[in-house]
Write a protein that binds this ligand. Structure first.
Ligand SMILES: Nc1nc2c(ncn2[C@@H]2O[C@H](COP(=O)(O)OP(=O)(O)O)[C@@H](O)[C@H]2O)c(=O)[nH]1
Ligand SMILES: [Mg+2]
Length: 274
C-alpha cells in the first residue's frame, strides 16, 4: 500500500498557497517540469519516498536494453511540477553492475535538476561512499537522512547540520514511511532547483601532478566531445582505468549515452512495487 504524503501532511488539493503542498500525480509528464531523481544504497527508503511523492500516478517499464525496472512519476510541489525517476539501489557508481551503470549514466548524462540522495541514518558511514561519489558528479544534491525513526530507536543521534556543512549540500532528516520531514525535504529541493540556494559539494582534493593530468584530459575530452557535461568526472574515471568509460570512448558510444537513457518502453501501472 502506498503512503501518500499529501494525506499525511494534512494537505488538500484546494490549497494553492501552502508552501508544503505536495500534489501527487499533479504534474503530467509532458508538462514543463523539473527532473529529479532518488539515488542511494538499497533499502534506504528510495521507493517509499518516490511512492509517497507520486502516489498512484506512476509509469513503470524497463531501462532501455536492461531487465532492471524503471519507475517514474509526477507531482506538484508549491507552484512547480516535478518529474521524478526512482533509480536502482547501488553502493557505488563505478559501474561494477548493471544497476550501477544505470544510476551513473542517469546522473551523468540526464543531468537531473536535483538528485535526492537517500541515506540510511543508522548506517551513515556506509552510505557516505555513494553520497561522496554522487557529489563528485553533480552539485544538484539534497540528502534525505532517512530511517530517522530507526536511528532514534537505536539511540543514534546525528548532527545533520554538521553533516550538511561537511558535505556542502542540504541534509534533511526524514522518515519516508510516515512522511516526517518530507515537507522540509521538498522545500530544500525547491530552493535548489529554483536557484534560491547554492551548494558547495565536498570533492576530492588532488595533488598538483594529478590535477594537471586531469586538466589535460578535460581539455582533450571537451575538444572531442563538446556536448559532454561532467568532463572532469569522466577524466577521473579514465585515469582510474574505468574499463566501461574507456570502451565508451573507443567505440564513440560516450556520445550515444545521452540518447540511451531516454527512449524506454513505458506502460502505465497502478503501483510501483517497492
Ligand atoms: N522504519 C522505517 N522504515 C522505512 C523508512 N523508509 C522506508 N522504510 C522501509 O524500509 C524498507 C525498504 O524501503 P524501500 O523504499 O523499498 O527502499 P529502497 O530499496 O531504497 O527503494 C521498506 O520495508 C520500507 O517500508 C523509514 O523512514 N523508517
Ligand atoms: Mg526501491
Amino acid at each position: 500500500m502506498i503512503t501518500n504524503f499529501k494525506r499525511l501532511l494534512g494537505q488538500s488539493n484546494s490549497c494553492d498557497t501552502c508552501s508544503q503542498h505536495i500534489e501527487s500525480g499533479g504534474a503530467e509528464l509532458s508538462q514543463q517540469h523539473y527532473l529529479i531523481t532518488v539515488a542511494g544504497n538499497p533499502n534506504t527508503g528510495k521507493s517509499t519516498l518516490f511512492n509517497g511523492l507520486t502516489g498512484l500516478k506512476q509509469h513503470v517499464g524497463n531501462w532501455p536494453g536492461k531487465t532492471v525496472m524503471r519507475a517514474e512519476g509526477g507531482f506538484r510541489y508549491g507552484t512547480e511540477n516535478y518529474k521524478i525517476v526512482d533509480l536502482p539501489g547501488t553502493y557505488s557508481l563505478l559501474a561494477g553492475s548493471v544497476e550501477e551503470e544505470i544510476a551513473r549514466d542517469f546522473i551523468l548524462f540526464e543531468d537531473p535538476d536535483a538528485v535526492i540522495v537517500v541515506m540510511d541514518a543508522t548506517a551513515v558511514e556506509r552510505n557516505l561512499n555513494l553520497t561522496l561519489q554522487i557529489l563528485e558528479i553533480t552539485d544538484h544534491v539534497v540528502v534525505a537522512l532517512n530511517l530517522m525513526d530507526e536511528a532514534r530507536r537505536k539511540g543514534i543521534t546525528i548532527d545533520h547540520k554538521g553533516l550538511s556543512k561537511e558535505l556542502g549540500v542540504p541534509v534533511i532528516p526524514t522518515v519516508a514511511r510516515t512522511g516526517e520531514g518530507i515537507g522540509y525535504l521538498m522545500q530544500a529541493v525547491s530552493d535548489l532547483v529554483e536557484g534560491r540556494i547554492q551548494t558547495n559539494p565536498r570533492r576530492i582534493q588532488l595533488d598538483h601532478v594529478l590535477e594537471e593530468m586531469v586538466n589535460e584530459l578535460v581539455y582533450e575530452i571537451k575538444k572531442s566531445f563538446p556536448h559532454l557535461k561532467n568532463s572532469r568526472w569522466i577524466a577521473l574515471r579514465l585515469l582510474d582505468g574505468d574499463s566501461s568509460i574507456y570502451k565508451a570512448f573507443e567505440t564513440g558510444e560516450i556520445e550515444d549515452l545521452f540518447k540511451k537513457v531516454h527512449p524506454y518502453d513505458l506502460k502505465s501501472t497502478a503501483e510501483n512495487p517497492a
